[in-house]
Design a protein. Structure first.
Length: 454
């Protein structure tokens, strides 16, 4: 009887318990919206980078990322790159969102001017092999009054990912691009198409071939058509290639590299906005301390020091993002706060506050210093025509100087809440365990059922 209970009832209960535990864990994390994936698969590196739509006052930078990330462009006519442009869709909706496909227009530029830019994807700055990307705007041209449009529609097989960019070019012309609308429609104004050197507009004859590259979130299409077909391009299903100069049936493959060169990007150290000095509750014996911090390169940093001598000023971070400020006049002894306000790489306003203390020159910290503080003797030389010598008291003990401890915890004010990247590395092993528990329970029950039947 004991063998029967051990062999049948206990394993059966064990199998059922394992299944219930696995189901409970899976249900809990599913309700919490926590996927069983690892952060290691996420990449914020821009891919398929292209510069298009170059005019005398603007150009467009487009790229893709393998996971949704915030994106922006830092640019200027010098390598300081002190201006910011965000995604066109974000500009239209007034809401910054992480995206897979990024299309950013840089406008209000000067004609025939060289511009430098870098790509900020997620929290990382990306450059062109360690150097800024460069692009030169074209000269100002008089636009023809005649309008020639290219229009059509595409069909998305994945209805959950209705997002794509279309690139077009023709022999000896520049590359145009546009963001596809939610319904799949797109249009181009061929009247403003310039030659490759950007010095003049070009006119397409009806037999000129226009090539198209459609880049979606996970699919691509390559298309060829005559200029005479541009006014009403046949319907395109993304992921299929077409040669409309022959017929409107999908073909095997077209070469997307012809006419649509792309760039690669390398990461550069991206520095988050912060105050380096003072640290939290740091003490200074210098009544004119130097304040230091980090912000986006070439960005204005507004500084406000709250004390008896309230100071309001601003500085500009250098190309590495570093900034510093030293008051012209001494600060009064006592507790003070420094408040900085600046915009990060996405144009979001950040405010960071830090407290510090200034002691009068030659003074020491009082005896209520933290017991864990260490003695830090510091010589102080004061010139005087009639110096006096202080006799040490036999009962006096050295007065320790406060040494700041801990890591600064700045308070940040954001226009938009921070967006957590998808994935959670700590949940991955738990998901495996839940799945294993269910499988193990099923195996035990199956084994016992076969044994019992036999």
């Amino acid at each position: 009887m004991k063998n029967t209970i051990w062999q049948i009832k206990i394993p059966t209960l064990l199998g059922i318990m394992l299944i219930l535990v696995g189901i409970a864990l899976t249900s809990f994390f599913t309700k919490k919206g926590i996927p069983f994936i690892s952060k290691a698969s996420i990449s914020e590196t821009p891919e398929n980078i292209r510069v298009t739509n170059i005019t005398d006052t603007s150009f467009t930078v487009s790229y893709t990322t393998s996971s949704p990330f915030l994106g922006s462009i830092m640019y200027s006519p010098n390598d300081k790159m002190e201006n910011t442009a965000i995604d066109d869709e974000d500009s239209n909706t007034k809401s910054v969102q992480p995206r897979l496909i990024h299309n950013i227009t840089i406008a209000n530029l000067q004609p025939s001017t060289n511009y430098y830019f870098s790509i900020l994807s997620g929290e990382t700055t990306f450059l062109n092999n360690g150097k800024p990307f460069t692009v030169t705007t074209g000269p100002t041209l008089n636009l023809s009054s005649a309008t020639v449009e290219m229009r059509g529609s595409i069909i998305f097989l994945d209805t959950m990912q209705k997002d794509a960019i279309i690139y077009i070019t023709s022999p000896n012309s520049q590359v145009f691009s546009t963001h596809v609308k939610q319904d799949g429609a797109y249009t181009f104004n061929l009247s403003s198409l310039r030659g490759q050197d950007l010095t003049s507009y070009i006119s397409l004859s009806k037999n000129d071939v226009i090539t198209m590259l459609i880049v979606g979130t996970s699919e691509k299409s390559n298309v060829a058509l005559f200029a005479s077909q541009a006014n009403s391009v046949p319907l395109i299903i993304i992921s299929k290639d077409y040669d409309f100069t022959i017929n409107d049936k999908p073909i095997h493959v077209l070469d997307e590299t012809i006419g649509f060169p792309s760039f690669t990007a390398s990461p550069s150290a991206s520095k988050a906005t912060k105050i380096i000095s003072p640290k939290k509750n740091e003490s200074f014996t210098d009544t004119q301390p130097t304040f230091k911090g980090v912000a986006s390169p070439g960005t204005e940093v507004k500084i406000e020091i709250n004390s008896e001598e309230e100071i309001k000023t601003s500085v500009t971070s250098d190309k590495n993002g570093s900034w510093s400020f030293r008051p012209k006049n001494p600060l009064s002894p006592g507790k003070h706060t420094i408040l900085i306000t600046t915009r990060d790489q996405f144009g979001i306003l950040k405010t960071i506050k830090q407290s510090f203390t200034v002691y009068a020159q030659g003074s020491q910290v009082n005896q209520s210093a933290t017991p864990s503080a260490t003695l830090t003797p510091k010589a102080s030389i004061t010139s005087s025509p009639t110096p006096t010598i202080a006799k040490p008291s036999p009962t006096e003990t050295p007065t320790p100087t406060l040494k700041p401890t801990g890591i600064p915890t700045p308070t940040k004010t954001q226009i938009f809440p921070p967006i957590e990247p998808p994935g959670n590395s700590s949940i991955f092993p738990i998901g495996i365990s839940a799945f294993s528990a269910i499988i193990t329970g099923l195996i035990i029950l199956r084994f016992l059922r076969n044994k019992y039947v036999s």
